[in-house]
Design a protein around this ligand. Structure first.
Ligand SMILES: [Fe+2]
Length: 369
């Protein structure tokens, strides 16, 4: 029997280089696209690593410009400055190297400079920004993260080389990995999810169950590479399905407190799953099974996420950012109520009270990590 499914669509990069050493394909991209003056939006932390040095070596015979003038959660002011710098050096192509902040900043610089060619090299294992048509940019005056959407934000070329991942701090590997886990789970549970989407999310959940802990706690290179791959495929899928209250709340929580996006997601995941459970019990049990959380001695996925947060050293970062008196719960909830992710949440959100309860429970956990 046919089941009624929502119509779903996806946009993809035109070309993808994948595998260890694929960073050397950057030269091919620059040559094939006839970029004479590439403008690299480069994560300052990556610039100091061997991977950053390798990129500079690859482009040593090209007149390249390196711009690092952005922070985690890039702002409208920063991307405006980036666009000015791009024009000043008369650059003719954009290459983003870094996590979601670098890639989203490059997307907005592209928008402000007539959409020159954009290529992306992700160096974290969790954002998937390299294949998303969305750029999250902070409006510092309104204290709000704005989701800019445009299919032209999807980089034409993506290079997925796990060599770039190996120098990350454990708490940040955990944060980006749990963000990816959340993307996959929210996509799987979404009211707008489809059979095609769930074929992929099921495989991703099995891969995450096997590789999440070794990537975080052992920095296992093979496991990190799997996370990079899952982050990429998950982000390809979910713009068509929407996410859930986890991301609806995580964006304003990050905007108001400065908490890292992946940490905000990790903190919100257990109480959000619990909130949704009565409306997606069967799918949630399937997620528990696919992740094989029983083998991790966890009662369920929420408990497993909670333990990873506690054991990965994320607690110190969360405690620093979320001092109780400085978390404006009502403002965060009001922004979350406007999120485009609410309609896809498995359980209908009846009003601000629902979100406030989830947020309060998440924030209450910060003391026990
Ligand atoms: Fe996310």
């Amino acid at each position: 029997m046919w089941m009624e499914m929502p119509v779903w669509k996806m946009h993809t990069p035109q070309g993808i280089f994948h595998g260890r050493g694929s960073i050397r394909s950057l030269k091919t991209v620059v040559e094939d696209e006839k970029i004479a003056r590439p403008f690299l939006v480069l994560d300052p932390a990556v610039e100091k690593t061997g991977f950053g040095g390798e990129i500079k070596n690859i482009l040593e015979n090209v007149q390249s410009f390196y711009w690092t003038g952005f922070t985690s959660d890039p702002t409208l002011t920063q991307v405006e400055r980036g666009a000015v710098a791009f024009r000043e050096v008369d650059a003719d192509g954009l290459i983003a190297v870094g996590g979601g902040s670098a890639i989203d900043a490059a997307k907005m610089i592209a928008q402000k400079t007539g959409f020159p060619l954009l290529a992306a090299v992700p160096t974290t294992c969790g954002t998937g920004a390299e294949c998303s048509p969305v750029a999250m940019i902070k409006d510092e005056k309104k204290v709000k993260k704005i989701a800019f959407r445009d299919p032209r934000f999807i980089p034409k070329w993506v290079i997925l080389d796990a060599e770039g991942l190996t120098s990350l701090d454990r708490a940040f590997v955990a944060a980006t990995a749990l963000d990816t886990l959340s993307h996959v789970m929210e996509t799987h549970l979404s009211q707008k999810s489809t059979g095609l989407v769930r074929v992929s999310t099921r495989g991703s959940l099995v891969s995450l169950g096997k590789n999440l802990a070794p990537a975080i706690f052992d920095q296992d290179p093979g496991a990190l590479e799997v996370l990079l791959d899952v982050a990429f495929t998950a982000r390809l899928l979910y713009p068509g399905t929407g996410l859930s209250i986890i991301h609806a709340l995580a964006h304003p929580l990050g905007a108001y407190t400065g908490l890292h996006h992946g940490m905000a997601v990790a903190l919100l995941t257990p109480p959000s799953l619990e909130f949704n459970l009565p409306f997606c019990g069967e799918l949630m049990r399937e997620i528990d099974d696919l992740l094989n959380v029983k083998s991790q001695q966890a009662k369920g996925t929420g408990a497993w996420v909670h333990r990873i947060v506690a054991e990965s050293g994320m607690g110190t970062h969360i405690e620093q950012k979320l001092k109780k008196e400085e978390v404006p719960l009502d403002k965060i909830v009001n922004q979350a109520m406007e999120s485009s992710n609410l309609p896809s949440n498995p359980r209908p959100v009846c009003g601000p009270k629902d979100l406030r309860e989830v947020l309060e429970r998440a924030c209450a956990c910060r003391h026990i990590f």
